[in-house]
Design a protein around this ligand. Sequence first.
Ligand SMILES: C[S@@+](CC[C@H](N)C(=O)[O-])C[C@H]1O[C@@H](n2cnc3c(N)ncnc32)[C@H](O)[C@@H]1O
Length: 401
Amino acid sequence: MPTAENAAAPLLNVAEMQGRGRALVAAQPLRGGQVVLRDSPILLYSALPFTGGPSSSSSTTIHRYCDHCFRALQSAPVLCPSCRHHAFCSPACLGVASVSSHSPWACQTLARLIDCSSFLGQPPELQVQARFLVASYNLSITSPEDFQVLQSLQGRDICSDDTASSVQLLHPLIASVCPPPPTPFPHGFSPELSANLLSKDKLNAFGLMEPFGAGGERSVRAYGIYPRASFFNHDCLPNACRFDYVDTVPDHNTDIVVRMIHDVPQGREICVSYFPVNLNYPSRQKRLAEDYGFRCECDRCNVEANWSDHEEDVDDGVEEMEDEGGDEMEGSSDADIEAEKENDFPHEYFFVRYVCNRENCFGTLAPLPPSADGAASEIMECNVCGQLKRANDGEEEEMGE
Ligand SMILES: C[S@@+](CC[C@H](N)C(=O)[O-])C[C@H]1O[C@@H](n2cnc3c(N)ncnc32)[C@H](O)[C@@H]1O
């Protein structure tokens, strides 16, 4: 039970781990549901491609989110008086944005990109990468200290072919439209720096998700760089997961909160999953190799590496965990099948207890934080659909919306 003394002590230490870089490790025993990190973004950018352009006026552009705090817009937005393209939820948000995310330099650069027809013809992913580059160079002007933090995050040593071709197109385009900064860029402005920044983004950005849709779509509203949360390594059976409450909390609405999924002892590495936990083994390995540059050797991958039925799962990357290993079990008795399943998939308890059973959700469940006296909560919260359920020996009982 946390005492007043150890509640004030650090919960996580940063440690260097062989083959894994920096990692976050439990500095004391941690309880399921405990909040181990609350982190604010140093940079946020929209996950949507640009809309508008020379033929559109601001009155025809649909503004879905505040361009600073990314809350869903409920009423008529406050438009930026200079570009008339960017929309804010309130005059206060516009005021903060005008000296940070939407500085005069960012405002003019984005407005000129929006008016550039050759840019608007580019694929949506490239337009979103342009948003990140403009936000990063803007950060170097408005907050050089935060820009240094961004640069200190892990990136890829060797620029991937994808990143190289994005930079080849985007860097000269941004250079040709952006006005001179108020003072020379304190950290430079070059294709090499753009490539370096894009590789940091790929490894470290967290997506702020749209509310869970009825069809189970998981679309991203905005991406953020969260410097302390960036130290979490990946595990395919994570012991922590992150929550965000962009539309529901009044202050610091873009903060992310990382909570323990279950108890862990002091000294254990705390990991999150970089994607939904229901992805199958080949899809997880492919994604980790291509996007994050490493081969996962977690307990779950070591077991699943020996399964023989990966091929059929590769197409959609999603699997029903209970069906795994079924092909090899024909002709066996029920007891044999159960025993074989148990051997094949010793981690099944994780999916029963900690994966949301709402259709198409596949979110991760973590208990609500323990009470002030340290008592564990029996209420589990899904980090994707937000549903609350009562945990009951692995059977969850829904508690309504
Ligand atoms: C968001 S960073 C995590 C923090 C990072 N270790 C650091 O030193 O800053 C993601 C990178 O950490 C490394 N990483 C994360 N999880 C790993 C794992 N399970 N095994 C090996 N490397 C991992 C990979 O290099 C990955 O691209």
